[in-house]
Design a protein around this ligand. Structure first.
Ligand SMILES: Nc1ncnc2c1ncn2[C@@H]1O[C@H](COP(=O)(O)OP(=O)(O)OP(=O)(O)O)[C@@H](O)[C@H]1O
Ligand SMILES: [Mg+2]
Length: 511
C-alpha cells in the first residue's frame, strides 16, 4: 500500500526571528491532488521546502504513514523521514521550486546529471530517462540547449520532468510518493495550465500525493481534491474540496486566505470601459525580429494599454528586450527608443532583482543618478524617501534595509513593480507578467497603480504581456495575440477565452 506523507509541527524561524511557519500540521494522501493557498509571505513555499528537505526546519517531523487523516493512531505505524534533502528524496519526496533552480549555462541533460549524483551516471541513460519522462508528460522541450536560452515556461517543464524522474535519477528504488509544485501555473496560459493539471491527475492516479501551490482560485475550483490555506505562517483551513457545493467551498477558501474583511477582493472584475484614446500613436513598431520574434508590427496609442496574449516563447521575451534596450542583433524599427521605456522583465531573478542587495537599492536601481547633490554625492535622505514612496505606492515591502532575498516570491515581485512604476520620466511602460505570483489583493492594487501610472500624463502608454487572460482584459484597451513570432489577431477586451485561445494556437502562416 502506498503511504501518505504526514508532517507535524512544522516550524521555520526567519533570520529576523519571526516565524515563517509555526507549528503547521499537514498530510498528503496518495492519489490526491492537494492545493495550498495563501497570501504572499503566508509560508507556502517554506512549508513545502521544509517537508522536502530543501531548507532546514527549526521544529517538526515528517513521516510516512498508513492512515494519515485522521492523524495516525498508535496502531498505524509511521516511518520517520530524517531531515534533509537526501532523506526526503530517498523517501520519494520531490519538489519543483517557485524560482527555478536550473543552472542556466547547462543543458537540461547536464542539469539532470547534476541531480543524479550517486545514482545514474551514464549520460545517455539519463537522456533516455528524461526524454521518456517529457514524452509521458506531453512536454516538447529541447534537452540539449543551455536552459538559460529557454523561456521560463520551457524551463519549468524541464524542472517538472526532472522532479518526476528524480527518484529514478537518484537511483533510489522508491516510487515518487510526493510531488510538490510551487506556483507551477504562474507562467502558463489557461490552456497550458489545464494540460498540466491533466498530467498531474495522471501522476496522482499512479499513487503519488500531488501538492500544488497556486493563487488562482479557479484552479482550486476545477482541480483540487483537498485544500490547505496558510495565513501568516499558520494553517487556517484544511479540508476536502466539496465540488457539489463549490461556490460555498471557494468562498471559504477565499475568506481563510484574506480574512473576512477582504473576501470581496477575491472576485476580480473586468472593465473594458475606458475613456476615448488619443489618436496619435505613442509607440510605433515595425517588423521587429529577433529569435522567436519574427515580425513585431504594432502601434500603441497615447493613453492606451495594449495587451499581448500568447503562449510564452512566441517572441514575448525578445519583444521586451528590444523595447527596453537590452537586446542585441535585432532588426526592424521602433520609436521611441529605450530611454523612454520603463520595464518589468519576465524573469524577475535574471533581470529584475538583485537578491543580495537591499530593498532600497532594488527600488532605486537605475535612478541613483537623479539623487546626486552638487558635489556628485548621493543624498541619502532623499534616496530613502524616494524608495519609501515607491514601495508604498505599489504595496511593496517598506523595510528598506532588508535584503531582497529575504522576501517571499510575491513580495519580491512587488519590489520589481514598485521600481518600474516609480520612475516618472519614461512615457512607455513595458510590463511582462506584472502580477506573477502576487496574491489576489495585491494584484488588484498593482493593476490600479499601473493604470494610474499610464493616466498620470497624457503622453503615456503601456504594453502588458500576461499569461492571465483576465489580467489582460482588466488592463487592456486592446488585446493582440502573438503567435509564431507575429501578431495573429486583434481583439477588444471582451473577447472570450475561446476566441483568444484560437488565435494563440493559430497554425503557422508561411510566406
Ligand atoms: N531566505 C529567507 N530569509 C528570511 N526570511 C525568509 C526567507 N524566505 C522567506 N522568508 C520569510 O518567510 C515568510 C514566508 O515566506 P514564503 O516564501 O514561504 O511565502 P509564500 O507563502 O510562499 O509567499 P509567495 O506567495 O509570495 O510565494 C515570509 O515572511 C518571508 O519574508
Ligand atoms: Mg512562495
Amino acid at each position: 500500500m502506498t503511504k501518505a506523507i504526514v508532517a507535524r509541527g512544522m516550524t521555520k524561524i526567519c533570520d529576523d526571528g519571526h516565524p515563517a511557519i509555526a507549528g503547521v500540521d499537514a498530510s498528503f494522501e496518495p492519489g490526491e491532488l492537494s492545493v495550498v493557498c495563501g497570501e504572499n509571505g503566508a509560508g507556502k513555499s517554506t512549508l513545502l521546502r521544509a517537508i522536502t528537505g530543501l531548507i532546514a526546519r527549526d521544529a517538526g517531523a515528517v513521516a510516512l504513514a498508513d492512515r494519515p487523516r485522521p492523524p495516525a493512531t498508535p496502531d498505524a505505524p509511521e516511518v520517520p523521514i530524517a531531515p534533509g534533502a537526501e532523506a526526503a528524496l530517498a523517501a520519494g519526496l520531490c519538489m519543483v521550486q517557485q524560482h527555478l533552480a536550473l543552472v542556466p549555462i547547462f543543458s537540461a541533460i547536464e542539469n539532470a546529471v547534476l541531480l543524479a549524483r550517486g545514482g545514474l551516471v551514464d549520460r545517455s541513460a539519463i537522456e533516455v530517462l528524461l526524454q521518456a519522462t517529457l514524452d509521458r508528460l506531453g512536454f516538447v522541450v529541447p534537452l540539449d540547449v543551455p536552459v538559460g536560452k529557454l523561456s521560463v515556461a520551457e524551463r519549468q517543464r524541464i524542472e517538472i520532468a526532472r522532479a518526476v524522474a528524480a527518484p529514478e535519477l537518484a537511483g533510489t528504488k522508491v516510487p515518487l510518493r510526493l510531488l510538490a509544485l510551487d506556483e507551477p501555473t504562474a507562467v502558463l496560459t489557461p490552456a497550458e495550465a489545464d494540460g498540466l493539471y491533466a498530467v498531474l491527475r495522471g501522476i496522482a492516479e499512479g499513487g503519488t500525493a500531488v501538492v500544488v501551490v497556486t493563487h488562482k482560485l479557479d484552479e482550486v475550483r476545477k482541480f483540487a481534491d483537498h485544500v490547505l490555506v496558510l495565513r501568516r505562517g499558520k494553517k487556517v483551513h484544511d479540508a476536502p474540496f466539496v465540488r457539489a457545493d463549490q461556490d460555498v467551498a471557494i468562498d471559504q477558501v477565499a475568506r481563510a486566505m484574506l480574512g473576512d474583511a477582504h473576501a470581496h477582493l477575491a472576485h476580480t472584475h473586468r472593465s473594458s470601459d475606458r475613456a476615448a484614446l488619443g489618436g496619435t500613436p505613442a509607440v510605433v513598431a515595425e517588423g521587429l525580429a529577433l529569435g522567436a520574434l519574427r515580425r513585431g508590427t504594432f502601434a500603441i496609442y497615447r493613453g492606451e494599454v495594449l495587451g499581448i496574449a500568447g503562449v510564452e516563447g512566441n517572441g514575448q521575451g525578445e519583444l521586451v528586450a528590444i523595447l527596453a534596450g537590452v537586446a542585441r542583433g535585432w532588426t526592424g524599427r521602433v520609436t521611441p527608443g529605450p530611454e523612454a521605456v520603463t520595464a518589468i522583465f519576465p524573469d524577475r531573478h535574471a533581470e529584475g532583482l538583485v537578491l543580495d542587495a537591499t530593498v532600497e537599492d532594488n527600488l532605486l536601481l537605475g535612478s541613483h543618478r537623479d539623487f546626486s547633490g552638487p558635489l556628485g554625492l548621493l543624498d541619502g535622505d532623499a534616496l530613502a524617501a524616494e524608495a519609501l514612496r515607491r514601495a508604498k505606492k505599489a504595496g511593496a515591502p517598506t523595510t528598506l534595509d532588508a535584503l531582497a532575498s529575504s522576501f517571499s516570491g510575491g513580495n519580491q515581485q512587488k519590489i520589481v513593480v514598485a521600481r518600474a512604476l516609480g520612475k516618472s520620466a519614461p512615457t512607455v511602460l513595458v510590463a511582462a507578467h506584472p502580477t506573477r505570483g502576487v496574491d489576489v489583493a495585491a494584484a488588484a492594487a498593482i493593476h490600479q497603480e499601473l493604470l494610474r501610472w499610464v493616466a498620470a500624463t497624457p503622453d503615456r502608454c503601456a504594453l502588458v504581456i500576461s499569461a492571465d487572460l483576465d489580467e489582460l482584459r482588466t488592463l487592456s484597451n486592446r488585446i493582440v495575440v502573438l503567435a509564431h513570432g507575429e501578431i495573429s489577431g486583434e481583439f477588444t477586451p471582451d473577447a472570450t477565452d475561446a476566441e483568444l485561445g484560437a488565435a494563440m494556437l493559430s497554425v503557422e502562416k508561411h510566406g
